[in-house]
Design a protein around this ligand. Structure first.
Ligand code: NIG
Ligand code: FE
Length: 410
């Protein structure tokens, strides 16, 4: 570990007496645990992450030292798939589904995404930020230090852009996670002419969204958008410098995974109905597979293909899919539990999927692991054992959050 040593740097934050430091260092057995460790940062960057015995960082008057008394420390969670900006609620649908109605039947009767669009598109920017901000703060308390936020409940140009602006405003709040915004114009079907809507998205939609978003996404599904419509969007997005994502093979084998591989998307998400051939194609194309075990469980479909993706050689991420229809959940610790319980992952694989994997799904090379040079986004746990993240089902294992080298007062 001597190459982790950085001499001569003044640390602004030093976390001492870490019983288990989960680094995510790929050179160590997963998930890269270092015992009796210290984590040090200079402003937002890690300058040391390793054994206390090897520590060589300078301290100064502005250094904050935190003694965690043997607790475990893990990387901050990167939640790479959420629909955080919405107004209204759909508890009635939740009850109807419990009584046997399907997601598709409810959508066909005007519920589903459409009902959230009706509530959200009417909201002001302030109302959107207030509603989503409450969820984002809950996420931070549960250890999410970076969150991806999609539009998709606007459906007019103006309302979609308002959702993206709300996402960006969330990212500037000091007590919230860092935010990455994604333009999701092809989500529910528009009330009016479908072809005209698509042309508008391909033209002025992409041009207006490009300065506000890092990614473009589409819901490629029977009853939503067709493969060829999604393909036109993803190809056009590239010309605007936007990277691409696909809601793929969530409810049926509708061709989204193959599309994601074909266009070289950064991620293909859901994948519950993807075949082994699809998963191999994703691995070969370097597309990260994003597993959303909360949505899979709520909708009652097949389990997310965690083990199958790893066997195919793909990078995987775990995310919440936080949305009002299929998974109202802000908890990444719960996704780690579900990754193990339902996607056939080991606890180490699940934890890395929720941290480094999430970063990969967002193309963020500066976070997701605790290594020198990376952003210091770290979680001090309530207990000495990192396994408790998944083991303690439905709990919040996070005692303190460090975001960009700063202790957050929660
Ligand atoms: O990821 N599948 C499409 N989008 C969301 C659900 C959105 C909604 O029902 O409001 C999802 O599951
Ligand atoms: Fe989604």
């Amino acid at each position: 570990m001597t190459d982790h040593r950085v001499t001569g740097e003044v640390a602004t934050l030093v976390v001492v007496n870490i019983g288990q430091l989960v680094t995510g260092d790929p050179r160590l057995p997963a998930p890269g645990v270092v015992k009796d460790a210290v984590l040090a940062a200079n402003r937002g960057r890690i300058v040391y992450a390793g054994p206390a015995s090897d520590l060589e960082v300078a301290t100064g008057p502005e250094t904050v030292e935190v003694d965690v008394h043997g607790a475990a420390v893990i990387p901050g969670f990167v939640d790479a798939h959420t629909h955080l900006v919405w107004l209204g609620e759909r508890s009635e649908e939740y009850a109807l589904r419990a009584g046997g109605a399907s997601y598709e039947e409810i959508a066909a009767k005007g519920g589903g995404i459409r009902s959230t669009v009706a509530a959200t598109a009417a909201g002001t920017l302030d109302e959107l930020v207030a509603a989503a901000g409450e969820r984002a703060r809950r996420m931070l308390r549960l250890g999410t230090t970076t969150v991806e936020v999609k539009s998709g409940y606007g459906q007019t140009q103006e309302a979609e852009l308002r959702q993206l602006r709300a996402a960006r405003a969330l990212g500037t709040e000091p007590d919230g996670p860092d935010v990455v915004a994604t333009y999701l114009p092809l989500h529910g079907l528009p009330a009016g002419d479908r072809a005209a809507y698509l042309e508008g998205v391909l033209g002025e939609g992409l041009a207006a969204a490009a300065p506000l978003a890092g990614f473009v996404d589409c819901f490629c599904e029977i009853g939503a958008w067709e493969v060829d419509e999604c393909e036109r969007l993803l190809v056009a997005a590239r010309a605007h410098g936007l990277r691409t994502k696909v809601h793929a093979d969530q409810r049926s084998h509708s061709g989204g995974s193959a599309l994601a591989a074909r266009v070289g998307a950064i991620s293909a998400d859901h994948l519950d109905h993807a075949t082994d051939e699809d998963l191999r194609a994703l691995a070969v194309a370097g597309v990260t597979g994003v597993l959303l075990p909360g949505a899979s469980m709520v909708l009652g479909g097949p389990p997310p293909p965690g083990r199958r993706l790893l066997d195919a050689g793909a990078t995987i991420a775990l995310a919440t899919d936080c949305n009002p229809g299929t998974c109202w959940c802000e908890s990444m610790p719960l996704m780690v539990s579900l990754g193990v319980a339902t996607a056939d992952l080991t606890p180490a694989e699940a934890l890395l999927a929720a941290t480094a994997g999430g970063a990969a799904a967002l193309g963020l090379t500066d976070r997701g692991r605790l290594l020198p040079g990376l952003r210091c986004d770290a979680l001090v746990l309530e207990t000495p054992n990192w396994l408790d993240v998944g083991y303690h089902l439905g709990a919040n294992p996070v005692a303190r959050v460090i975001a960009s080298g700063r202790l957050i007062g929660l």
